[in-house]
Ligand binder design. Structure first.
Ligand SMILES: *[C@@H]1O[C@H](CO)[C@@H](O)[C@H](O)[C@H]1NC(C)=O
Ligand SMILES: *[C@@H]1O[C@H](CO)[C@@H](O)[C@H](O)[C@H]1NC(C)=O
Ligand SMILES: *[C@@H]1O[C@H](CO)[C@@H](O)[C@H](O)[C@H]1NC(C)=O
Ligand SMILES: *[C@@H]1O[C@H](CO)[C@@H](O)[C@H](O)[C@H]1NC(C)=O
Length: 483
């Protein structure tokens, strides 16, 4: 019988040798900066926030021009993503060369410290039905060739962020049974070999929260890092948290497939704060602080005793993300939409050990849209108004176990109205739900439920937020329908 403990000691020694050069570049923590927001903070404000908080690396999901311009001369290391829907196009070398020229070379010349290109984002996720199985590898090869042709082969590395479900340890096995998932084995192997041959890392997103979300029998304590969980024994190596076990499953899978020395980047790790009964500030704080403390000493996992390179998911909440995976999707930020910290978190990078909020944030006026006091709850226009407000606003903080889950029916409706009103920049027309809404200057915030005031819209970048006119026209239409 195999003795994983002995194997492990051996492999750690073998692994550490090529790792020494890797280790130098892995100090500090990174963060994912997503921009699917109705009201993004100005990119300069975000970059200031990253610097204030000692976050030295940032991961972008596309080559967002405003973000990249703001990162110029910041000294922050950047990973730029190529969205999945561009993978097929990148199958053409000329297109890949254009992408590299416009989205990498141009920004490098402007002192943006680009280190990685992430080709696709979790392209093999089961929900994509295999749509990107055949387009990821050609895109990866072409982007690498384009980087080399542009003379950037040594400076900018390619990688493919994968969901942790591309590997597994079988139904009952521990990490030492880790291997790439059988149904996509050849695709993952091909990509991994290419990355390994080019000195590029394997990037994986690890989500204990999702394990808990999809399986109510998942042992809650095992998601955290305080050692309260019943240990899992893997042939003598014990695991008390899912992160280590998951990471080591990848280490074993890489080893089994012939890549024992390959670098690993944790592309996303985090815990949402709202939108589900297990998504709240308390759990998010416990997970994030637990993770930061866990990796702080640089001691790694049982199978790989070296510093862990990771990007927190996420920096700021994104109120326009699809909620198809769940209502928690809009609440991954360590900071709220307005750059205010949600909980105390010591990243080990600031002098006082606290998160530093965004500076000089400009809010709209202190006013809210609420349900009129006089309205009878059986008013037939209420239901239609609420569903309209929730469809175009954000009601993910309503519902069982969420931050506004305890509101009574009236306050619940007010929350929906206000969300729509704020997202539409407090336009008068956005608080004209037929006969049932009114604007107030008294903050309706109660307990854990925040009735937000939106920040000023930012028009410095693309003009993608000029769509609010369409929303308001819609509300007038709704009014006409009800009448
Ligand atoms: C650069 O990246 C942006 C954002 O992802 C994309 O829209 C654009 O098409 C890219 N440019 C080229 C030349 O591929
Ligand atoms: C995947 O397949 C399901 C069921 O056939 C379908 O509802 C869904 O839209 C598909 N998703 C994609 C991204 O093609
Ligand atoms: C509050 O609103 C949400 C979303 O519209 C709904 O699912 C929930 O049942 C409402 N709760 C109450 C108490 O009315
Ligand atoms: C709004 O209120 C007025 C006055 O109470 C009433 O006549 C009208 O029918 C109401 N409209 C709707 C859509 O409920």
């Amino acid at each position: 019988m195999r003795n994983p403990t002995r194997v492990c000691k051996l492999c750690v020694i073998v692994m550490l040798i090529p790792f020494l050069s890797w280790v130098e570049s892995v100090n500090g923590i990174g963060a994912n900066w997503g921009t699917q927001c109705s009201h993004p903070l100005p990119p300069e404000t975000v970059v200031r926030m990253l610097l204030d908080n000692g976050i030295q690396k940032v991961k972008l999901f596309d080559a967002d021009y405003g973000a990249l311009r703001a990162l110029s001369k910041s000294g922050i290391e950047v990973m730029i993503g190529i969205p999945n829907d561009m993978l097929a196009t990148m199958g053409n070398l000329k297109a890949a060369e254009k992408w590299v020229s416009k989205n990498v070379s141009a920004h490098l010349s402007n002192s943006v410290d680009i280190r990685y290109v992430a080709v696709g984002n979790e392209p093999f996720l089961a929900t994509y039905n295999g749509s990107f199985l055949r387009t990821t590898y050609p895109a990866l090869v072409n982007i690498q060739r384009a980087l080399v042709n542009a003379g950037l082969g040594g400076k900018v590395k390619v990688t493919v962020p994968q969901n942790a479900d591309v590997y597994s340890s079988g139904s009952a096995g521990g990490p030492s049974n880790g291997d790439f998932r059988a149904d996509i084995h050849d695709y993952i192997f091909q990509i991994t070999k290419f990355l390994n041959d080019n000195g590029s890392p394997f990037t994986v997103n690890i989500y204990p929260f999702i394990s808990l979300y999809i399986d109510s029998n998942f042992p809650v304590e095992y998601a955290f890092f305080d050692g309260q969980a019943t240990p899992v024994n893997d042939g003598g190596t014990t695991y008390t948290n899912m992160f280590d076990a998951n990471y080591d499953t990848l280490v074993w899978a890489l080893q089994k497939n012939g890549f024992p020395n390959m670098g690993i980047i944790v592309g996303e790790i985090g815990w949402p704060s709202d939108g589900d009964r297990n998504a709240n500030n308390e759990y998010a704080q416990r997970f994030m602080q637990g993770f930061m403390t866990h990796i702080a000493g640089g001691k790694g996992t049982p199978m790989r005793q070296a510093p862990i390179e990771a990007y927190l998911f996420s920096l700021i909440d994104e109120d326009q993300k699809s909620i198809q995976p769940g209502n928690f999707e809009r609440h991954w930020g360590v900071f709220y939409y307005d750059g205010q910290p949600k909980y105390s978190l010591n990243l080990g990078t600031t002098t006082n050990g606290a998160l530093i909020p965004a500076r000089n944030v400009r809010y709209l006026q202190r006013k809210w849209c609420v349900l009129k006091d006089s309205v009878k709850m059986d008013d037939p226009s209420i239901a239609q108004s609420v569903s309209y407000a929730c469809a175009l606003g954000d009601c993910t903080s309503l519902g069982y176990g969420t931050s506004c889950g305890d509101l009574d029916a009236k306050m619940n409706i007010s929350y929906a109205f206000n969300s729509y009103y704020q997202i539409n920049n407090q336009l008068d027309e956005a608080c004209k739900f037929p006969n049932v809404s009114t604007v107030t200057k008294d903050d309706p915030t109660t307990g854990s439920c925040r009735f937000g005031i939106m920040i000023e819209p930012y028009y410095g970048g693309a003009d993608r937020r000029l769509g609010s006119g369409g929303f308001v026209a819609g509300l007038v239409l709704l009014l006409l329908t009800i009448l």
